[in-house]
Ligand binder design. Structure first.
Ligand SMILES: [Zn+2]
Length: 274
């Protein structure tokens, strides 16, 4: 909360304190020296009797008037962040507010910095988690993409397009065809980057399909699903998706990469902190 807002919020409570517990406190709050030593306000007392405020000084006080102990006063509005901890201290010392009431407002500047740091760390740990996830996914992708270590040549691509009549394997459009993995290359689907799993796709289908399996993407479109399956078979592409052993190994690799990535992120952060 901004200091001005905080002070404003507690004005009624401060004056209630004067009325109930310490009537002399109001006189002190109208004294410049007391305001200086208590709040470190430099040029104006905490409050002044409303009729006595000069017109040219009026701007230094909030407009609202308070009737306290037979006086009508206005409160100084010249608060900056530097006054905050003195003001909070005052509230706590007089028992006008409790720490719980003030929640974060009672924090000293060191505590405030520590809290900010903690929040930043928490934010960073989210980045850390996504960095680990990325490392894991990249690693799995890398393994799957290089199984068999064979090249998908330009000639393979031409033949693949011919098989699909130079049109998108998903919608039949012949607009700007791109190479697409029918079974996506990830830990769940275990597709590979090799002949048989690569089909022509238009830009729009490629984008919409994203990391879906071609069967999920095509849904009811049995004809197109069968055509792709036929193509896979004709190129001897044996899908890994039912191979439990490979699934297990990829799971192991996935977990191992998380440990390695986390370890190095921690080490690098430590180096950067110094
Ligand atoms: Zn398409």
């Amino acid at each position: 909360m901004k200091i001005g807002k905080l002070v404003h919020l507690f004005i009624p409570k401060i004056f209630a304190y004067c009325e109930k517990h310490d009537s002399k406190e109001l006189n002190r709050l109208m004294d410049l020296d007391y305001s200086k030593s208590t709040f470190h306000l430099s040029s104006y007392p905490f409050c002044s009797p409303s009729p006595k405020i000069l017109k040219e000084q009026s701007i230094r006080y909030w407009a609202d008037e308070f009737d306290v102990l037979n006086k009508t006063v206005r409160v100084c509005s010249q608060w900056t962040i530097a006054h905050k901890e003195y003001f909070v201290q005052y509230l706590l010392e007089k028992g006008i507010a409790t720490q719980t009431e003030l929640q974060n407002e009672f924090l000293s500047s060191e505590e405030y910095v520590a809290k900010q740091k903690q929040q930043a760390l928490r934010k960073n740990s989210r980045f850390k988690n996504s960095a680990i996830g990325n490392a894991q996914n990249l690693f799995i992708r890398n393994i799957l993409s290089h199984l068999g270590n064979e090249n998908f040549t330009k000639n393979d691509w031409e033949e693949t397009k011919q098989f699909f009549f130079n049109s998108c394997a998903y919608c039949g459009s012949s607009d700007s065809l791109e190479i697409e993995h029918a079974i996506p290359i990830n830990k769940k689907n275990m597709g590979e980057h090799r002949l048989g799993n690569l089909v022509p796709s238009c830009k729009s289908c490629n984008k919409r399909k994203a990391s879906k399996d071609f069967r999920d993407f095509l849904g009811e479109n049995e004809g197109r699903i069968q055509k792709i399956e036929l193509y896979m078979k004709s190129r001897g592409y044996a899908s890994l998706e039912t191979n439990e052993q490979v699934a297990e190994l990829l799971e192991m690799a996935y977990r191992e990469v998380a440990d390695v990535a986390a370890r190095y992120i921690t080490i690098i952060n430590r180096v950067l902190e110094k």
